[in-house]
Structures are given as structure tokens and as C-alpha cells.
Design a protein around this ligand. Structure first.
Ligand code: TYM
Length: 344
């Protein structure tokens, strides 16, 4: 049996190089390789190719108000980007969360097995709600829906950026809690997969905060669809420091360290090697090189996206994906309902 990989991206705004380097790039790499069994402590079988499921999590997107027409467009935008970065629908399942009813169904069951105390401690909820009493209940329950996404497919490995670490921990806690109560094999307990370089790409204009889709300043992030001129402009403007030394030191040199991370992730070189390569040289030249490797990496994605986005194939891929995801999830829902004593 192969290793089951599951992950998702919200269809909100611009997918940026943080999403790509932290998550999407891993999606593609995992699709092409088998994960070694040492990476997955719960499995002792030898894997060949991974069995990958990649979701567009539209139910998560409505935890904050969305214009319906824009949401529908964003769903197709992310689907096209999935394919443009190299996810192959013949190898992986690509689908939209709300097309498979099991996500919402399992989320409810898990809500009855999670605590308001643990959800109150989620930093993303605290950041987004800021203590506002009229924050939607869905925003509070967001991590439980995410746990349902993962547990619904008996997922072993979840490739994500490091901002999702707390949500993955919660997913594991809920799975273990339910297993203790309803039987050890109710859920597979998943593992997060975080890259060493790229798991946290910082905002270009404020390198102490993570790069975010919702930033107001367009030079805060680089969208996967930005052209060469925009990429160069955003990187040349990136906040650095005044000591002029190209050195990896996120605490005292967050801007330069972020550029080293981006350069390393796009060239596939370890950050220490990039540091050595650029030691003693100026920020201006380094920024030009970062812009160049970023443009080289994104140009083919942008080209493929322009072909895929208008094609009718896209909806067919999503319909087929929903069918395949539905078939896998139904079995898990039946198992869970049986364990909990639900249904006639
Ligand atoms: P989302 O849509 O915010 O982000 C998608 C993926 O991109 C990663 N990411 C980053 N990685 C590095 N640097 C950054 N600056 C950066 N910003 C975002 C995220 O960690 C994520 O992997 N809750 C999830 C979506 C989700 C999900 C799931 C993921 C819903 N259900 C089940 C995995 C499994 C989210 O909001 O991602």
C-alpha cells in the first residue's frame, strides 16, 4: 500500500511564492516520489508512489465574508494553478472541498470531540478574530474542519507551511482522543511535513511577518502570476538592513535571511551554500539575482496557467476528482458512523 498524502489551499486572492515554496512545491515533489517509510512512523509497508489528494478548501474560505462570483473564480484559479505548478490529475486527486459532503459531516462529529479551550488557543483564530465577539463561529471551528479534511482520507502525510503546525497538532490530538474512545483504528494519525527552507516565507515589506495573501501592499508578496517587471520591482524594494552583509540570521537580519531562503528554495541550494556564494557582495546584486531565479521559476507556471485556466478540461478534472475523493471518504464516514453508533 502506498502512503496517502493530503493537503489543501484556500481559494482566496493571490497565491504567492510562500504558498508555493511552503506547500505547492511539496505537493508536486510528493506526487513524483514515494515517501520513505522512516518519514511515516505508523507505516511499516514499503511504498511505491504516493497516493496524493489535493483539495481546494472553499468551505474554509467562507469563514470570512466572500463575494460569491469572486469565490467561484478563485476556486477555478487555484485549480488551474495546481495543474500549472505540475500536479498531474492522472496521478493525483484534485477536487473542491464542498463537492464532497463528508467534510462538513465529519467536521460536526469532530466538533463534538474537541474542546472550546483548545480552539481558543489557536493563534490564527486569535489573530483573525482579535477578541471580536461577532467573529463567525466558523472562524472558531476552522481548525476542526481542517482536521476533518485530513482524517476523512486516512491521510498519513500532510505537506504544509509551518504556520499550519498548530492545526496539524490539533488534528493529531483529536484523532488520538477519538481512537482512545472509539477504537484505535478509527482514524489514521497523520504527520505534518514541513520543509527546512521555504516553510515560512516572510513578507517582503515587513520580514518579521509571514508573506500573506491578504496584504494590502502588492509589493509585500510575489504572486505566482506576477510578470518579470513586478517581480523585479517587489524584490528590489524588499526591506533589508543597513549593515550590508549577506548573512543568514533571521533574528537580527530578517529581510536578508528571507531573500536567502527564497533564493535557496528556487535554486535548490541549501541556504548555507547560498550564503557562501554571496559572502562579501552587495545587496543590489543579490536582489537582482533573487529576482532572476524567481522569474525563471515562475515564468513556465504563468505560461501553463494561461493555457489551462480558460480550458473546459478544468471542470472535468474537478468533477472526476470529486468522484474519486467521494468514494474514498464515504468508506471512512461509514466506519466513523458505525463506531459512534450514528444512523439507522
Ligand atoms: P492557506 O490557503 O493559507 O495556505 C496554503 C498553504 O501555503 C502555506 N503558506 C506558507 N508557507 C510558507 N510561507 C508562507 N508565508 C506561507 N503562507 C501560507 C500554508 O501553510 C499552507 O500549507 N488551513 C490551510 C488550508 C487547509 C488545509 C487543510 C491544509 C484546509 N484544510 C487540510 C492542509 C490540510 C490554509 O489556510 O492554507
Amino acid at each position: 500500500m502506498s502512503i496517502r498524502v493530503f493537503s489543501g489551499v484556500q481559494p482566496t486572492g493571490n497565491i504567492h511564492i510562500g504558498n508555493y515554496l511552503g506547500a505547492l512545491k511539496q505537493f508536486v515533489d510528493l506526487q513524483a516520489e514515494g515517501t520513505s517509510v522512516e518519514d511515516v512512523p505508523h507505516r511499516s509497508d514499503q511504498s511505491s508512489l504516493n497516493d496524493c489528494i489535493y483539495c481546494i478548501v472553499d468551505l474554509h474560505a467562507i469563514t470570512l465574508p466572500k463575494d460569491p462570483a469572486e469565490l467561484r473564480d478563485s476556486i477555478l484559479d487555484v485549480a488551474a494553478l495546481y495543474l500549472a505548478v505540475g500536479i498531474d490529475p492522472k496521478k493525483s486527486v484534485v477536487f473542491v472541498q464542498s463537492d464532497v459532503p463528508g467534510h462538513a459531516e465529519l467536521a460536526w462529529i469532530l466538533m463534538c470531540n474537541s474542546y472550546t479551550g483548545e480552539l481558543s488557543r489557536m493563534t490564527q483564530f486569535k489573530d483573525k478574530s482579535r477578541g471580536n465577539e461577532s467573529a463567525p463561529t466558523g472562524l472558531f471551528a476552522y481548525p476542526v474542519l481542517m482536521a476533518a479534511d485530513i482524517l476523512l482520507y486516512d491521510s498519513n502525510v500532510v505537506p504544509v507551511g509551518s504556520d499550519q503546525k498548530q492545526h496539524i497538532e490539533l488534528t493529531r490530538d483529536i484523532a488520538i482522543r477519538v481512537n482512545n474512545k472509539y477504537g484505535d483504528d478509527t482514524f489514521v494519525v497523520p504527520e505534518g511535513r514541513f520543509l527546512k527552507d521555504g516553510a515560512r516565507v516572510m513578507a517582503l515589506d515587513n520580514p518579521t511577518a509571514k508573506m500573506s495573501k491578504s496584504a494590502e501592499n502588492p509589493h509585500s508578496f510575489i504572486s505566482l502570476l506576477d510578470d518579470e517587471a513586478k517581480i523585479r520591482k517587489s524584490i528590489m524594494r524588499a526591506t533589508t538592513d543597513s549593515d550590508g552583509e549577506i548573512r543568514f540570521d533571521p533574528a537580527s537580519k530578517p529581510g536578508v535571511s528571507n531573500l536567502l531562503t527564497i533564493y535557496g528554495a528556487f535554486t535548490g541550494k541549501p541556504v548555507a551554500e547560498v550564503e557562501r556564494e554571496w559572502a562579501g557582495r552587495g545587496y543590489g546584486d543579490f536582489k537582482k539575482a533573487v529576482a532572476e531565479v524567481t522569474t525563471d521559476a515562475l515564468e513556465p507556471i504563468r505560461r501553463r496557467y494561461a493555457e489551462i485556466r480558460p480550458s473546459d478540461e478544468l471542470r472535468a478534472v474537478l468533477r472526476d476528482g470529486a468522484e474519486r475523493a467521494g468514494a474514498i471518504s464515504e468508506k471512512v464516514i461509514l466506519r466513523v458512523k458505525e463506531r459512534f453508533g450514528l444512523g439507522a
